[in-house]
Design a protein around this ligand. Structure first.
Ligand code: FAD
Ligand code: EPU
Length: 340
């Protein structure tokens, strides 16, 4: 394994930001990771370490003055099964969507609603990825992660991970302390379909689907996503830039009196989740562009890089959006994307 110096991140992040990594290396198993950390110590790499997967939820606002460890641990293994479930272990460096397709082809159910989410398996527990009515935690069984401090592998159960909406212990308390090396999923042998997210039923109808299947749901999700989310191969982006904020029911009623069209969904704890895309659109940002940084014309929650925006320019735009939403609605948005 080689540690490269001063290399451009551009092809390693879906925003297409041209920042540099002081040190950069790829590892394909835990031994290589350990060796790299050892080498890093020998050549006196100062600074911090950053684990990188597919780079689809990260914004580099500056060069990274430390060691970037790109996780390329692969492999998918069926561990065991019982009457209801099959337990499948996937290497952190496996591409998430390819893993979803692999499961669907074997009729293992549970991840079909999470089709076409960019990035790798290893990052999926980081923010408990979610889409179209399903979150990763519903199919998650456990993971293994290498502690950068203690230099050994630990196992985390679902409870240990403290999953929340776009959140986990690895995004909070254990930020930058562990390298997730593999994830074990508990997938259903008999599917329980999740079509409660309105757009899925509409799409299934449009597709002329008579009999529901995980294959059909996956295709419906792929069709919906492709119609409104920009493809990072064409326009740099990292999906939703902000989280959808939650407010109390009373606060929601107040807002509704002032803004009757406001979009909100009931959370299980009685609070209301607001559609941040709607709030941002109402502030006039949808389709906005300044230089190469912009707010996507079809989905206001997605910030984009049309080519040569710097991470700082995208960040500055996010700051302006945040302020205007705060001013108009009194609601504080929180960034979903990891800012470096
Ligand atoms: P990276 O961007 O490489 O890393 C993200 C964070 O995780 C960083 O902090 C990194 O240090 C850390 N990390 C990565 N790998 C590891 C590891 N092995 N161990 C420890 N830490 C690690 N997300 C959703 O939840 N739902 C969506 O519907 C969705 N749609 C998207 C659509 C588009 C077009 C894009 C570009 C992004 C979308 N995202 C969505 C965000 C993104 O796809 C997910 O967050 C994904 O899980 C990120 O994976 P990655 O491998 O690219 O992570
Ligand atoms: N909306 C607008 N204007 C916009 C965008 C959205 O008014 O420009 C309103 C519409 O009323 C729409 C509602 O917002 O009905 C919700 O929009 P959408 O269904 O597109 O979902 P979202 O809330 O914008 C969330 C996730 C996505 C996930 C989709 C589908 C977050 C932060 N984002 O987006 O996740 O794919 O739902 O489940 O929770 C990501 O995390 O990167 C991501 C893309």
């Amino acid at each position: 394994m080689q540690i490269q110096e001063n290399i451009s991140f551009r092809r390693y992040n879906t925003f297409g930001i041209d920042a540099k990594a002081r040190y950069f290396s790829v590892f394909k198993d835990i031994d290589e990771l350990e060796e790299l950390i050892g080498q890093g110590t020998r050549i006196k790499i100062q600074g911090t370490r950053l684990v990188l997967g597919g780079g689809s939820n990260i914004l580099f606002t500056k060069d990274y003055d430390g060691l970037v460890l790109k996780n390329e641990i692969t492999g998918i293994d069926e561990l065991h099964e019982d009457n209801e479930y099959v337990y499948v272990k996937a290497g952190a460096g496996e591409n998430w969507h390819q893993f979803v397709l692999y499961c669907i082809s074997r009729n293992w159910a549970g991840v079909e609603n999470l089709s076409l989410i960019p990035g790798n398996v290893g990052a999926s527990p980081m923010q408990n990825i979610g889409a179209y009515g399903v979150e990763l935690q519903e199919v998650f069984y456990s993971l293994e992660a290498f502690s950068l401090q203690e230099k050994k592998v630990f196992s985390f159960s679902r409870n240990d991970c403290e999953f929340g909406y776009r959140n986990s212990i690895f995004k909070e308390r254990y930020k930058d302390q562990f390298v997730i090396t593999s994830v074990i999923f508990r997938l259903k042998k008999k599917p329980g379909f999740h079509t409660n997210y309105g757009a899925i039923n509409e799409e299934l109808e449009k597709m002329g689907v008579k009999e529901l299947s995980i294959q059909a749901i996956s295709q419906a999700v792929i069709n919906i996503r492709s119609s409104k989310l920009p493809d990072p191969k064409e326009i740099g982006n990292a999906g939703s830039f902000f989280k959808n904020p939650s407010v109390s029911k009373d606060r929601f009623e107040e807002l509704k009196t002032k803004f009757p069209a406001i979009v909100g969904y009931n959370n299980s704890d009685g609070t209301i989740k607001l559609a941040a895309g709607w709030l941002i659109e109402q502030c006039g940002w949808k389709g906005y562009r300044s230089g190469d940084a912009g707010c996507h014309a079809k989905q206001a929650l997605v910030l984009v890089n049309y080519g040569n925006a710097t991470g700082q320019q995208v960040y500055d735009l996010s700051e302006k959006i945040l302020s205007s939403v705060q001013e108009k609605f009194g609601v504080r948005l929180e960034r979903e994307v990891n800012i470096i």
